[in-house]
Design a protein around this ligand. Structure first.
Ligand code: GDP
Ligand code: MG
Length: 208
């Protein structure tokens, strides 16, 4: 209740990777500033942006299950109302964006240093950006911490008429590689918050 803006329980560094033009910078601006830009000028200057959010921990879910079995509906609502205050943690996400270096395959290891999560983004209308996913996974294996949590993100889901990668193909590859998966649209603001929330929650649960 007495929190001020700069207070947080955890700081998580998340990196955005994937081919040029898939929408990484717009996913970042949508999430941190609720902005989208139609022109495709490559990112200049921005190293990272931050956003602070609440994540409720695993214990509340277990508690919720117990409440479901043991108490009346009214008590469950009481539980729901009270739990977040008890269990929610404040997480500051520091999300790193490339400044277009991905075009030249010149991302340095400093970019990956300290990262606990990665969003591997492809464009659902460009098969090549999906196929390159394997290369990006290799890059992560070479440069990032071996425990990094990776989520695969198929962006531009608003462009259904131009789709070149099915949602199933995305899901299948993600499962094969042991990654979580979502399709997003930075343009329509679809699943962008959800992608960050789920990767941050996953990281939080792993370290606790
Ligand atoms: P980056 O190179 O991966 O950072 O990609 P950008 O964020 O610069 O986006 C490249 C282009 O794709 C820009 O013209 C964006 O407007 C466009 N774009 C990004 N996200 C979406 C989306 O969800 N839907 C559509 N239709 N276009 C998008
Ligand atoms: Mg960019």
């Amino acid at each position: 209740a007495h929190r001020v803006d700069h207070e947080y329980d955890y700081l998580f560094k998340i990196v955005l990777i994937g081919d040029s033009g898939v929408g990484k910078s717009n996913i970042l601006s949508r999430f941190t500033r609720n902005e989208f830009s139609l022109d495709s000028k490559s990112t200049i200057g921005v190293e990272f942006a931050t956003k602070t959010l609440q994540v409720s921990c695993f214990r509340s879910l277990i508690l919720l299950q117990i409440l479901r079995f043991q108490t009346s509906r009214i008590c469950i609502f009481d539980g729901l109302r009270n739990l977040p205050q008890i269990e929610a943690k404040t997480i500051k996400a520091q999300i790193w964006d490339t400044a277009g270096q991905e075009r030249y395959r010149a991302i340095t290891s400093a970019y990956y240093r300290g990262a606990v999560g990665a969003l591997l983004v492809y464009d659902i209308t460009k098969k090549q950006t999906f196929d390159n996913g394997q290369r990006w996974l290799r890059e992560l294996r070479d440069h990032a911490d071996s425990n990094i949590v990776i989520m695969m993100v198929g962006n531009k889901s608003d462009l259904q008429h131009l789709r070149a990668v099915s949602e199933d193909d995305g899901q299948v590859l993600a499962e094969k590689e042991g990654l979580s998966f979502l399709e997003t649209s930075a343009l329509e603001s679809l699943n962008v918050d959800k992608a960050f929330h789920s990767i941050l929650t996953e990281i939080y649960r792993i370290i606790n």
